[in-house]
Design a protein around this ligand. Structure first.
Ligand code: ABU
Length: 541
């Protein structure tokens, strides 16, 4: 052992001594007044090599270690469900670095230290399942879906072949078929895949559309196209659509941003004009993206009207319903928002957003069966042999541009089993009703809040009005001042740790708040709390 190693071993020993001292003298250091995360005396000095799989005799210690990890997780869940607990314990990055021990040691730490590490990690994690977390499109913690994710982690398989994931592959078939039926494609025809996020799902749509129009592109590249491809999307779309143009060689200048109306919906007439304009230049319009639930405002583009234009000009219609897709499950709210979606060639729909499946769970669906494999297949012989024991159409790996694919299906399947279609419909309706409640409360408190527009989805966009600006006429000057308040009030929320609501500008207005209700934990009382807390933290600004 050289001097450096000896020094490292001594430091680890000192740390463990200090840890054990803290454990016996200061139980709260371990995040729990009962000090429940201490391993028994018999196991407290063990290391990873004393448990499975390294030590075949180590099951008792393995079990105790994992049960303690589960205790930590369950306490976290309990704590984040307690409305009097904080949403976050904010520290600036430099301070956070000092609070944590993130170093990778030369000599591994004990199992007991790993439990402290797990507990400390969660102590400083933002509690995205807290009922007062309204910050992102994905909020909340669906516990059945979480149980599914635990099982997924334990099964630790790859989704590229039926050979190593038979049950999960069949679950994908069943759930994705069901989703295509819900989209409205006859008998659920088509093909689908789970992708790592909505942006990549949109990219799959782009690739399939180009492949359909120029099947030679795969082998011959740009020369197969023989002209300038152009795609169209609204100026409110998710930025990943524009990113497709950059990644796939069109260039962002050839992703045409179609103006939207004052409610954030693409103006179909402008789409048609822009297609004609590009055709007149000799370009090849081939792809139109309609957004069903824009990220900031929650707007729905008029899909049926856009579908008519796509048909007229022979363009692929993709619907990015990553955010709004959940409303397909609600008879009350599906129409008119998603009317016409069955006319799309492809649809992105992210269950990890409105449906509350755990991150991440994003699906992309195609009306045309066979396109995904034809577009992406590379026939790697070490994985996708055609002479296997079983029907190799169940090997999904060659349909995608990635190789390894995470198992994102089990958590969704389990959640859907628990809720049934009825449960999901009730969940969607509840989220929309809570949003309606929030709008009603904002209108009742119009001295303190200014509603920017009536929501179509669960995005509620508004300004908070501090006392000094309450009697000012609502002009561009007041909007500018209200915009300046947003980051300050958000900073106060984070420092107080009691609430998280997002803000951003858009191309029509300066900063404004965007509140998202997508967590099953939220109640009317939480919305009342949110509004009261913003006023408490911001009235003097
Ligand atoms: N890709 C959309 C997620 C954005 C958000 O949570 O606000």
């Amino acid at each position: 052992m050289d001097n450096v190693q000896m020094f490292g071993t001594k430091i680890t020993a000192i740390k463990e001594y200090l840890y054990n001292f803290a454990r016996t003298h200061s139980p709260t250091r371990l995040m729990g007044s009962e000090n429940t995360y201490s391993l028994s005396k018999e196991h407290c000095n063990l290391k990873y090599s004393d448990i499975l799989p390294q030590n075949a005799e180590g099951f008792p210690a393995t079990r105790e270690f994992l049960m303690k990890v589960v205790d930590i997780l369950i306490d976290y869940i309990k704590n984040q469900s307690d409305r009097s607990s904080k949403v976050l314990d904010f520290h600036h990055p430099g301070d956070m670095m000092r609070l944590l021990d993130l170093e990778i040691p030369d000599t591994g730490v004990s199992l007991q230290q790993l439990l402290v590490d797990c507990s400390t990690t969660l102590k400083y994690q933002v509690k995205t399942g807290h009922p007062h977390f309204f910050n992102q499109l994905s909020c909340g913690l669906d516990l059945v879906s979480m149980a599914g994710e635990w099982l997924t982690a334990t099964a630790n398989t790859n989704m590229f072949t039926y050979e190593i994931a038979p049950v999960f592959i069949l679950m994908e078939h069943v759930v994705l078929h069901k989703m295509r039926e819900i989209i409205g494609w006859p008998n659920g025809v088509g093909d689908s895949i789970l992708a790592p996020g909505g942006s990549i799902s949109n990219l799959y749509a782009f690739l399939a559309a180009r492949h359909k129009m120029f099947p030679q592109y795969k082998e011959r590249g740009l020369s197969a196209v023989g002209g300038q491809l152009v795609m169209f999307t609204s100026d409110q779309c998710h930025y990943s659509v524009k990113s497709c143009a950059s990644v796939c060689g069109l260039g962002t200048d050839n992703c045409v941003m179609v103006p939207s109306d004052e409610r954030g919906r693409m103006i179909p007439q402008r789409l048609e004009e822009l297609i004609i304009e590009r055709k007149a230049k000799g370009h090849i319009p081939f792809f139109v993206n309609a957004t069903a639930g824009t990220t900031v405002i929650g707007a729905f583009d008029p899909i049926a009207e856009i579908a008519d234009i796509c048909k007229k000009y022979n363009c692929w219609l993709h619907v990015d319903a990553a955010w709004g897709g959940g409303l397909l499950l609600s008879r009350k709210y599906r129409h008119p928002r998603l009317t016409g979606i069955e006319r799309a060639d492809s649809v992105t729909w992210n269950p990890h957003k409105l449906m509350g499946a755990l991150l991440q769970c994003s699906t992309i669906h195609f009306k045309d069966d066979g396109l995904l494999i034809s577009c992406n297949q590379m026939s790697a012989e070490y994985l996708f042999m055609t002479d296997k024991l079983y029907d190799v159409k169940y090997d999904t790996g060659d349909k995608v541009i990635q190789c390894g694919r995470h198992n994102d299906i089990f958590k969704l399947w389990l959640q859907w089993r628990a809720k049934g279609n009825d449960g999901f419909e009730e969940h969607m309706n509840r989220l929309m009703e809570l949003t309606e409640y929030m709008v009603q409360r904002i209108k009742q408190m119009s001295d303190k809040f200014y509603l920017i527009l009536e929501p179509e989805l669960v995005n509620c966009c508004f300004w908070y009005l501090p006392t000094r600006l309450r009697n000012m006429p609502h002009t561009a000057e007041r909007e500018k001042l209200l915009g300046e308040i947003c980051p300050i009030l958000k900073g106060r929320m984070m420092e107080a740790g009691t609430l998280m609501v997002g803000y951003q500008p858009d191309d029509r207005r300066p900063n404004f708040f965007r509140n998202i209700i997508s967590s099953a934990a939220v109640t009317e009382a939480d919305i009342d709390f949110l509004l009261a807390e913003m006023d408490r933290l911001g009235h003097d600004l």
